[in-house]
Design a protein around this ligand. Structure first.
Ligand SMILES: [Cu+2]
Length: 511
């Protein structure tokens, strides 16, 4: 069944209202529930999970530096929407099927409120994971203005919980950004891009087995999930009516595995103004933008003088990336449509500024520690692909223990055939470079022999990042200062099927 494109309007998630707000702090409560929602007008309603009865969840908007407390409440049923593989770490028979914990992706936050995967909790906090510390999370929002997102992070079932709908936007605002006069208000729209597959009855489909099934297991984790349908803000191939003026879109790839290479079929430029961690030094005009799972990019699209035009946002990234099939241009090669049909309601006085904010380069001379970390590919006892970080599974002793306030360079040495979006919690980093190397020689002798020059990050990546594409057969170098908190955090691949199956490691910031 192929659903018609551009028949449903793009939904825009509501802004969450706090339960309490005064000059000292803000308090929210967010309920997780199961409900049915229309994801396309030709489909029966789908049963989904969401925050505050919405998929995506409501957008949380805070000021930089605002003290925010959030009570995340699990009100989900006892039965999971999708089949669980009980062989996966942390998801064995000894724990309840339905567990949740919320991570604000990109947040500068104390570790007890970061949503550690083993800090999960069930309905009414009846059962909690070994690292559960508190019911009410505290966010200091020590980030500059940026597009963050909150999503589930439960050990062993993150892929299923996010696929069920547990994701939403978390925006940090700041006067420094307001003074730039970017398109705002109804001209600033978040776009959460995901892929899914539906059953005939409208329910969401998630495979029980990989393409080559594992006969010993009733349910097995799959190496990647590639959906045949694209959704934006929880709607299949939506359209958005726009005025002939500038808009700011906050693009987020919230897919399990799929990468997107976004273009406009009008061939026009998009002006990227921000990366994962906030504003760039100056806007860059680009015709295409790559987004791996969890990456964000804020872009300004100018519809001025395009009255009456329909513009399609397209995607031509192979899936899996980069070695997989090119997307079918009639289905997953399309994302959404803009219709320039609304009258201009007032003169567009917003601007694309020539300069935005300083993004000072972290100095390599300040580095006190270099870590060489492989991304590797092995096989488990069932013959399944097993992706690891530094050749270690999740529960091996902690080996990355940066000191508070120090700067490190991490060499991400990818010997696999996939591009892995590597995400570090707590901090933003900068990408130094990527460089091809001799994988066979590295596997045999454990020495890095470069086979090409160091390539600087793409212009679209020259800002603060929390997720980086580590490409196959390349060394990707990132640099970061660890702080302002100490404690237990994690780093992992953001392909959800990888992170659930061991491509995730704890790290600790020590004093
Ligand atoms: Cu991966």
């Amino acid at each position: 069944m192929i659903l018609s494109k551009f028949v449903d309007e793009l939904p825009i998630p509501p802004i969450l209202k706090p339960r309490w707000k005064d000059q000292f702090y803000t308090y929210y409560e967010v309920n997780m529930t199961e409900f049915s929602q229309s994801l396309h007008s030709q489909l029966n309603n789908s049963t989904v999970w969401g925050y505050e009865n919405g998929y995506p969840g409501p957008t949380i908007e805070v000021e930089s530096g605002e003290k925010v407390f959030i009570k995340w409440i699990n009100n989900l049923p006892d039965k999971h929407l999708f089949p669980i593989d009980y062989t996966v770490h942390g998801a064995h028979w000894d724990v309840p099927d339905v567990r949740t914990v919320v991570h604000v992706h990109g947040a500068c936050v104390e570790w007890e409120s970061d949503g550690y995967p083993e800090a999960w909790f069930t309905k009414g906090f009846k059962q909690v994971g070994p690292y559960f510390r508190k019911q009410i999370y505290r966010y200091d929002n020590c980030n500059h203005a940026c597009t963050l997102w909150y999503h589930d992070h439960t050990i062993g079932i993150t892929r299923l919980n996010i696929y069920a709908g547990l994701a939403g936007f978390y925006l940090i605002r700041e006067n420094r950004e307001r003074s730039l006069n970017l398109p705002s208000g109804k001209y600033e729209i978040p776009l959460m891009i995901q892929d899914k597959t539906f059953n005939e009855d409208g329910s969401l489909y998630y495979p029980k087995q990989p393409e080559k099934p594992i006969p010993e297991l009733e349910t097995s984790i799959i190496p990647e999930f590639i959906g045949d349908t694209i959704l934006v803000n929880g709607k299949v191939w939506p359209y958005l009516e726009v005025e002939p003026r500038k808009y700011r879109f906050r693009l987020l790839n919230a897919s399990n595995t799929r990468f997107y290479r976004i273009k406009l079929d009008s061939g026009q430029f998009m002006y990227q103004i921000a990366t994962d961690g906030g504003l760039l030094e100056y806007p860059i005009g680009i015709r295409e933008i790559m987004l791996a799972p969890a990456e964000r990019a804020d872009v300004i699209i100018d519809f001025t003088n395009l009255e009456g035009k329909n513009i399609i946002m397209t995607n031509d990234a192979p899936a899996p990336f980069p070695g997989g099939d090119k997307p079918d241009p009639l289905t997953v090669g399309q994302v959404m449509q803009f219709r320039v049909t609304l009258p201009l309601s007032s003169v567009d006085t917003s601007t694309i500024p020539a300069y935005m904010v300083p993004v000072p380069k972290i100095k390599e001379q300040s580095v006190t520690r270099i870590r060489y970390l492989t991304l590797n590919d092995t096989m488990d006892q069932y013959g399944r692909e097993w992706m690891l970080l530094d050749n270690k599974p999740w529960d091996a002793p902690i080996s990355e223990n940066p000191k508070l306030g120090t700067t490190e360079i991490w060499y991400l040495i990818n010997v696999t055939d996939d591009s892995h979006p590597i995400h570090l919690h707590l901090i933003d980093f900068q990408i130094l470079d990527r460089r091809n190397f001799d994988v066979d020689k590295f596997n045999k002798e454990k020495v890095i022999e470069y086979t090409g020059p160091a390539m600087p990050p793409e212009p679209q990546e020259r800002g603060w990042k929390d997720t980086v594409r580590a490409n196959p057969k390349q060394v990707t170098r990132i640099i970061m200062e660890f702080g302002p908190f100490t404690g237990l955090y994690i780093w992992h691949c953001h392909i959800l099927e990888h992170e659930d199956y061991e491509m995730m490691r704890p790290y600790i910031v020590i004093r």
